[in-house]
Ligand binder design. Sequence first.
Ligand code: AMP
Length: 430
Amino acid sequence: MTTFESLNLSPLILTALGNKGYMKPTEVQAKSIPVVLSGRDIFGSAQTGTGKTAAFALPLLQLMNDSRNNHHAVRTLVLAPTRELALQIEESFRDYGKNTGLKCTVIYGGVSQYKQTSDIRRGVDIIIATPGRLLDLMNQGHVNLSTVEFLVLDEADRMLDMGFIDDIKRIISKVPRNRQTLFFCATPTPAIRKLASSLLRSPEFVEVRPASHDKILVNESVYFVEGGNKNDLLCHLVRQHSILQALVFTRTRRGADRLVKSLAGKGIKAQAIHGEKSQGNRQRALADFKSRKFPLLVATDVASRGIDVKELSHVFNFDIPDQADSYVHRIGRTGRAGVSGIAISFCSSGERGLLRNIHRYTGKNIPVIEHTFHSKPAGENNQTQFIQKQRFGQNHQRDSKFTPDRFKKDHSYKPGERKFAGKDRKVFYK
Ligand code: AMP
């Protein structure tokens, strides 16, 4: 069995890992650490949740510590797609490297640049940055990358999706060619391979399948439910399963805000994080969520990148994501580092095409839970529903507890109290 000790990490780093409670390396760590320590480039295909951050941070800290120069000129540059992920990576570098005396800072937009530029002026060994703000500071003459020895691109596929390709090329053109490059992505698409081959020199390929698809760490299910009933179904499930901490994904910022408001009306505390919220606001909400001050954090895809909540029990896809790979990223927020989790998706009739894309992408059908709000796509007759049940086969399960009576009890609804526009609801509450 591979241990951290057998990977030749220095006692300074081993002590920090002991404090974090890490017992043994994850697969991506066991595969990557020796390669990085040997000085080779890496083309890694691994999701967040696999322990990827430590897979590059640990050996880089070790290499920098072994060849210290005390100048605090930038030696490692890590590029990441979002502020949250950049902050997460910085925290990891700080935790793992706390006994080494190496200095790091994080650079991202949406906040004043004052602290970032003064950190750089004082001298840092490691910069973790999102591309836009870094380029901005470079153009203003605050950052000099000519001393960089180690370059990491984390979640490179997401950076391409977010349109950062030109910024990345401009940044990397200022990094010496004589460097070690570690390139990580979730899915190695042709565009990613092309970018990787332009940046890497005879890389070692490290592939780690997402933990959620290795072993059944994430218990996935889908509820067919129309948009108007999704709020009620979410409240029902939160209450029925006494959920204390769940991340809820919506497709749009407005959708996230609307959901938070509607949950508040039903007595469930939630906060939203999305691109329109200030960075301070997002960080506060995330910190309060992590310390369990409220149970539901509603997020859009972009804001969710890098969210790492220890032992998060539930992820809800309130909306089915447009991109199939976002589904894997979203559910990967739970079932992390060997702890199992539950991922529940709500799929309206208009979203069934997106769900089929996810089935094709992951190569498996998500089990369907039948329930009282179970919806059929417009025009679907019994025949098609029968076919669908056959297609999902034994995956069909029942949520028999989600009955109108139960729901009325849960929410103290009185029969006839409200009028509902939807046909289904009229049936439920008349
Ligand atoms: P990452 O994939 O880097 O986002 O890491 C996912 C989670 O796994 C983080 O909460 C890490 O703190 C945790 N983690 C990373 N490596 C280990 C390890 N060897 N043992 C236990 N937990 C780990």
